[in-house]
Design a protein around this ligand. Structure first.
Ligand SMILES: Cc1cc2nc3c(=O)[nH]c(=O)nc-3n(C[C@H](O)[C@H](O)[C@H](O)COP(=O)(O)O)c2cc1C
Ligand code: SF4
Ligand code: SF4
Length: 292
């Protein structure tokens, strides 16, 4: 049976949970799966050896219609591909076409390095940024993702080719926005971060930052220039002491905690129905068809 290695990055838990479900599914098919976070791999500075694996997976959230910077750093450490099969799955707050180029540049790099990127898929989860989804929609997307992950596992094991294709304009647009997000967006965001008097100097944010971008200076967290805009420090500070001066609109008022919503049995999962109108209408078929 197949031996699989997956590197994932997850700022706030969505991609982590999808990866956990996928590993469960692949193992139930008799595969051996190693699941590592990109941040642990980078911290360890260990050489990446992919030789013993039949399949390699990369997983991450979509940021600004593109790929978080940490992903290219992992791929830089990959050896030459020699035709090895590689799959990608991403979580995003939507599956709309402007997201379809989220891996285009990365795939180009991987293909140049000799990898056969046969699979690229978006699994829509809740938004952790800008727009808060209703708790029922968070749960509904999660429940639908469970079926999609089963479907994805089957497709990956069958080496089914699944790739997005969009027109040239959309490709250029999403790549341009992704570049702005990675440079100016994350830089403005991190410069705007502050802590308030609720901070009890626990250092948790320092330890949790995936990019080691928070230092502890005079017992206070100080944010550096190397931010992924992942939101983890903001949402997981136990004191809710981190805020943004100027870009608070990008932070969800009530934070983001997938586990709290998924485990709360009082929250229903019936937000989108056949009668739903407005923006979320396009989710209806997506939610009920595991192949989408
Ligand atoms: C800085 C930033 C940019 C984002 N940009 C997009 C985007 O372009 N498209 C999208 O669908 N979701 C976007 N999102 C939402 C996340 O991709 C989505 O909530 C994802 O599932 C979060 O995954 P995680 O919990 O594993 O970090 C963005 C989130 C952040 C923090
Ligand atoms: S996690 Fe919160 S309370 Fe702890 S040091 Fe960071 S900002 Fe302060
Ligand atoms: S500073 Fe905060 S938002 Fe930026 S990478 Fe670190 S944890 Fe993520």
């Amino acid at each position: 049976m197949k031996s699989i290695l997956i590197y994932y990055f997850s700022g706030t838990g969505n991609t982590k949970e999808i990866s956990r479900l996928l590993v469960e599914e692949l193992e139930s098919e008799g595969c051996t799966v190693k699941l590592y976070t990109m941040e642990d791999q980078l911290k360890s500075q260990k050489e990446i050896n992919l030789e013993v694996y039949d399949l390699i997976g990369l997983a991450y959230p979509i940021y600004g219609f593109g790929t978080p910077g940490i992903v290219s750093r992992i791929v830089e450490g990959f050896p030459e591909g020699g035709g090895k099969n590689l799959f990608i799955y991403k979580t995003g707050a939507d599956f709309i076409s402007i997201n379809h180029n989220a891996s285009t540049e990365l795939i180009e790099v991987l293909e140049k390095r000799g990898y056969n990127v046969f699979y690229d898929r978006i699994i829509a989860m809740a938004s952790n940024w800008l727009v808060a989804y209703d708790d029922r929609l968070v749960k509904q997307l999660y429940n639908s993702a469970i079926g999609k992950v089963k479907h994805m596992s089957r497709e990956i094991l069958n080496l089914k080719r699944r790739r997005y294709k969009t027109g040239h304009f959309l490709k250029k647009l999403s790549m341009g926005i992704s570049h702005l997000e990675k440079t100016y967006g994350s830089s403005y965001f991190v410069k705007s971060l502050r802590t308030n008097q609720k901070c009890n100097h626990c250092e948790i944010c320092v330890k949790r930052c995936p990019n080691q971008n928070i230092l502890f200076v005079n017992e206070n967290p100080v944010f550096g220039d190397n931010c992924l805009w992942c939101m983890r420090c903001v949402y997981t500070c136990p004191q809710k002491a981190i805020f943004s001066k100027g870009m608070n609109f990008s932070i969800l008022k009530n934070g983001y905690d997938l586990k709290r919503i998924v485990e709360n049995e009082d929250i229903g999962s019936d937000y989108i129905t056949e009668e739903t109108g407005g923006y979320f209408k396009h989710f209806y078929n997506y939610l009920s068809d595991e192949s989408l």
